[in-house]
Structures are given as structure tokens and as C-alpha cells.
Design a protein around this ligand. Structure first.
Ligand code: GAL
Length: 391
């Protein structure tokens, strides 16, 4: 299934044609799907993109797709990776403002640390779109585009529930929890989605947590760092499992933390196979899924996320106030929900566009990642990002 790039361009053009200030309701006359219109491609506008880091594989994919979407249509792009440093990220955004960019797209390193600099963007009338992670504490953010991150956690929790057959077997089973960075709002969504599934089994005693570490805060891994996850989990293994206690499952919030946990298990646990969750589809983790060392990952298709963000950004720069109609007009061939209720960043609700995450296991990898063209298999059967994913 490939995306129709032309429909996005068309959608941008349709929205362009309609005028109106950002704070005003859209004056858009909704066209029927597929209506032909003149296409505006090159207006030389400048976009500032600030990603959080290069430690995690996914941000390089997101950046590649975003940059290409804009550049292919004649936009100029300044791209920066924040080195996981909130202050550096704020400085970079300030430099975007100094260059008078037309729009800023940001994935925050730390959710609360951009208030001042984004207030200055607002004063300079530069629109801001929050990409993948919601930016808190500022009314400068026009839109949020991401996935349904609660659902990501739900998929992970349901996977553990089904793999351990919690509804039909007597148990009890031993579970450990490894959460994400608390400076990333998504970490809380993942945790809640998973724990809404798993907590009843913990409460009933069918799932035990031998380390006693249960809350999101006490299981958090700063910066989603693999080495930190590995050290943290090695300690847990030697403290709570060295007496032969069986470990049945680890709820890992994402792939980088899962990879650390897998290394710790390989080095310090010999009690047999462990169900391990993940998220992102990092290559090392996909290889571990092929080898049976990780059970699943939740894939959030960066390409489609970038497409949705591109469409929104173009509409915003053209003084539109896109709403759920943009989903219909752009004819995206992926699921996307428009949410105007749940994403309050402390200064008000941020209208949000949320794509749908997918479960990837050894059995579904071919269909979800290879057939879609995002990854190719090497001759040993391990997936690698397709060199140039294009239509
Ligand atoms: C989250 C993001 C996830 C993942 C995580 C780190 O904010 O939504 O997709 O990248 O950071 O792996």
C-alpha cells in the first residue's frame, strides 16, 4: 500500500486557495475527494525543524521524511537534532526565530522546557506544530500530530496478557516494568495504556512484580537510554531473580529500553524465554524479534506521520485552521483521528491529529514492514530500513 503524494499537494493547494487568519474559523469550501485544482509547489518558505536527538533511530527517519516532503515542494528547511539537551533545543529554536522562519516544527526533548522560546515565536507570529510529543505550557502551539500513544501502551499490555494467557491460565506470573523518560508526555500515555490492561491482573495476584517497582516514575529510564536500561535491569535481575525466580514478561515502553533489557537478560538470566515488548521498529530490535529475543514492537509509521505533519504545516502557513476535514480532503490512505478534547497542554486544548500504531511480531513483520516498502530483508532475513522509501 503506497501513499498518494499528489493528494497531499492537492490538499495543500485546496486549502491555500481559501485565505483567512489562523484564529478565524476556516473559510474552506470543502471540495469533493479527487477534485482537480492548480497546485502550488514552490513558494520558497523556510521551515525550522527541531528533532530531539540522534540516539534513537526513529528521529533520523522522521527527519529524513519531513525534510524530503518540504524540500521536494520547494520549501527550504533548517534541520537540527537537539542532542537530548533541552537548553540546546531552546537555543536552536531561538535561532530559527532569528532567521524569521515561516513555521517551526518541534519534537520536544523535554515537554516543559520550551515555554519562553515558543512565546517568543508567538510574538513573532511564527506558527508552531508539535510533532510526535506534545509541548506543554505554551499557547504558541497550533497543532499536534502524533499517534494514539495510549493505544501503543494498550497494544503492549494486550500482547503480554495474550502471550501469558492471563485469562485462561492459573499463573501467577512475574512481570517487570521499564518505562520511558518522564520528560516526554508520551511515556505517561504508553504507561497508562498498558497498565489499564495489566493492573487488574496485578491487583488479583495473577501477575506479580517481584522488584516492587510499578509506578511510571520509579520505572522510568531517562532519555530512553539503552545503557541506563541495561544497568537498571541487570541490578533488578541480580537482586530479585538470582535465586531462580522465573521472569515471565517485561513491559518495555520502547525499543531502545527493550534492547538494554535484552542485553541484561542475555548476560544475567538463564531461566528461559521472556516476553518482551517494544516500540519503534529499530533495526537491532527487529533483528532480535527475528531471533526470538524480543516478542513484539509497536510500529508508528514515520513516513505517514511526516506526510500528515507536512499537510498540516502547509495549511497553517496558508493561514488555514485545518480540522477533521483535512483528513478527507487529503485522501490519506491511513487512519487518522482528529481530537479536540484530550490533549490539554496546560494552556488549553491543542487540536490533535492522531495516526494508528500497529503491532509487529515475527509473524506480521513481512506484511507490516517489508510489503509496505519501509524495510528490506538482507540475505540472512534481517530487516533494514529501505534506502530511499519513495512512492
Ligand atoms: C516517544 C515517541 C516514541 C518513541 C519514544 C522513544 O516520544 O512517541 O515513538 O520514539 O519517544 O523511543
Amino acid at each position: 500500500m503506497k501513499l498518494k503524494k499528489c493528494t497531499l499537494v492537492l490538499m495543500a493547494a485546496l486549502l491555500c486557495a481559501c485565505g483567512g487568519k489562523p484564529e478565524e474559523p476556516a473559510q474552506t469550501v470543502m471540495p469533493e475527494k479527487g477534485t482537480e485544482q492548480a497546485v502550488q509547489t514552490d513558494d520558497g518558505r523556510l521551515i525550522g525543524i527541531s528533532m530531539p536527538d540522534t540516539e534513537l533511530e526513529r528521529w533520523e527517519r522522521d527527519a529524513k521524511y519531513l525534510e524530503r516532503e518540504f524540500r521536494d515542494r520547494g520549501y527550504d528547511v533548517i534541520l537540527d537534532f537537539g542532542d537530548n539537551d533541552p537548553e540546546k533545543q531552546a537555543d536552536v529554536i531561538k535561532s530559527f526565530i532569528d532567521k524569521n522562519v515561516d513555521l517551526i516544527l518541534v519534537t520536544p526533548v523535554e515537554k516543559d522546557s520550551l515555554t519562553e522560546v515558543l512565546d517568543s515565536a508567538a510574538k513573532n507570529e511564527i506558527p508552531v506544530v508539535s510533532y510526535d510529543r506534545l509541548i506543554m505550557g505554551t499557547d504558541a502551539v497550533s497543532y499536534y500530530v502524533s499517534f494514539d500513544n495510549y493505544e501503543v501502551g494498550q497494544i503492549q499490555g494486550e500482547y503480554i496478557r495474550d502471550a501469558l494467557q492471563l485469562d485462561s491460565s492459573s499463573g501467577p506470573f512475574n512481570l517487570e516494568i521499564v518505562s520511558g523518560d518522564m520528560g516526554d508526555l508520551n511515556a505517561g500515555f504508553f504507561y497508562k495504556g498498558a497498565m489499564d490492561v495489566l493492573s487488574p491482573y496485578i491487583d488479583s495476584g495473577k501477575l506479580n512484580v517481584p522488584s516492587g517497582l510499578v509506578s511510571a516514575e520509579e520505572t522510568a529510564i531517562p532519555s530512553w537510554d539503552t545503557e541506563t536500561a541495561k544497568d537498571n535491569f541487570s541490578e533488578r535481575l541480580s537482586e530479585y531473580y538470582s535465586d531462580g525466580t522465573k521472569l515471565d514478561a517485561v513491559l518495555c515502553a520502547n525499543d531502545s529500553t527493550a534492547y538494554g533489557v535484552e542485553q541484561a537478560i542475555e548476560a544475567g538470566y538463564s531461566g528461559g524465554s521472556v516476553v518482551i515488548t517494544g516500540q519503534d521498529g529499530d533495526e537491532l530490535n527487529l533483528a532480535n524479534i527475528v531471533d526470538g529475543k524480543q516478542s513484539m514492537t509497536v510500529y508508528k509509521d514515520n513516513y505517514r506521520e511526516a506526510m500528515a505533519a507536512y499537510g498540516l504545516c502547509v495549511a497553517v502557513m496558508n493561514n488555514q485552521t485545518p480540522d477533521e476535514r483535512i483528513i478527507r480532503i487529503s485522501d490519506w490512505d491511513f487512519e487518522c483521528k482528529y481530537n479536540t478534547e484530550d490533549y490539554d497542554n496546560g494552556k488549553g486544548i491543542v487540536p490533535s491529529f492522531l495516526l494508528t500504531p500497529v503491532l509487529v511480531t515475527k509473524d506480521t513483520m513481512q506484511k507490516e514492514l517489508i510489503d509496505t516498502g519501509f524495510y528490506t530483508l538482507d540475505d540472512k532475513g534481517y530487516p533494514h530500513q529501505a534506502a530511499d522509501y519513495s512512492l
